[in-house]
Design a protein. Structure first.
Length: 298
């Protein structure tokens, strides 16, 4: 058994090396398929990180009317203190809001001077208790807060989570469709390449049949060759994906410091690497299996 496996590996690798042109086409198609899959996995993984991070600490912001009097502000504060959903709240003055903006966007520090006034309203930041951190719960709270005197506008993190969830669903649908089409193309290409290689060795295969070689002994090198195509493609696609990730991360770190912390958390974990490489190997195996099985029928 071990001798047969060594024979399969040796012959499969030898054929892969000596027929580089045809095999490179198959490997390239598999690389594209796995790379596209990896891109969607990176996006999905990091969107999930964003959603988990925001869901852990839901915050509601209340923006106040410009001419809110001191007694009205105290009354509003009293109303906020008795709402069961609110764990704590912090008052942010117009000046504090401006200072935060200038820290986050140093290149826009002169914007208020150009406008001629401080454009930021005073507000309250509300921390929501864990048991109320649901979309329906926060929506209900926001609706009640909007009805309070002195409240101009209410925004909350879950609005972004809802939008991101919608984007993720759309990405999944697009990703499944694209990857499905590309995987089908990769399997077809691998099958055609293996078929051409099998035809090139037709005389050798006929001799093996005459001397009583089993079908598995004949199939083995071709199956290994297809698996090697997928395995190599998987490794290359991971390398290209990581290089792309590092380039995008570097660009965002330079240009969008604020967004960088939210958009790119990590690269794919090890199990995803193994899954992509294993998936490529499986694509090569399926393509070569389909091809050689049909070839041996004739």
């Amino acid at each position: 058994m071990l001798r047969a496996i060594r024979y399969f590996l040796r012959e499969g690798w030898s054929s892969l090396w000596h027929n580089k042109g045809a095999n490179l086409l198959s490997i390239a198609i598999i690389i594209v398929s796995l790379y596209v899959l990896g891109v969607f996995l990176v996006l999905s993984t990091n969107f999930n990180h964003i959603i988990e991070r925001w869901s852990e600490d839901v915050q509601v912001n209340i923006f106040l009317d410009e001419n809110l009097s001191e007694p009205a502000l105290l009354y509003l504060q009293e109303r906020l203190s008795i709402l069961p959903e609110i764990g704590e709240f912090i008052y942010i003055s117009k000046q504090e809001a401006l200072q935060r903006f200038q820290i986050l966007f140093p290149s826009l520090q002169t914007l208020p001077d150009e406008i001629g006034e401080n454009p930021f309203p005073s507000s309250y930041e509300l921390k929501i208790k864990k048991e109320y951190q649901t979309i329906d719960g926060v929506r209900g709270l926001a609706s009640r807060l909007k009805s309070l005197d002195g409240v101009k506008e209410v925004s909350y993190d879950l609005q972004w989570i809802e939008r991101l969830s919608t984007v993720m669903k759309l990405l999944r649908v697009i990703g499944i469709f694209l990857v499905g089409v590309l995987v089908f193309s990769a399997v077809s290409t691998t099958a055609n390449v293996i078929k051409l290689l099998a035809y090139a060795r037709k005389d050798e295969i006929d001799i093996m049949k005459l001397v009583g070689a089993s079908s598995w002994f004949i199939k083995g090198p071709f199956l290994v060759e297809g698996m090697l195509q997928g395995f190599i493609a998987g490794i290359i696609s991971i390398g290209l994906l990581y290089l792309s990730y590092r380039l995008v991360a570097y660009y965002l770190a330079l240009s969008y410091n604020l967004l960088f912390g939210f958009l790119l958390f990590t690269f794919l974990p090890l199990e995803y690497w193994l899954g992509i490489i294993g998936g490529g190997t499986l694509v090569g195996l399926i393509g070569s299996s389909i091809s050689i099985r049909k070839f041996l029928r004739y």
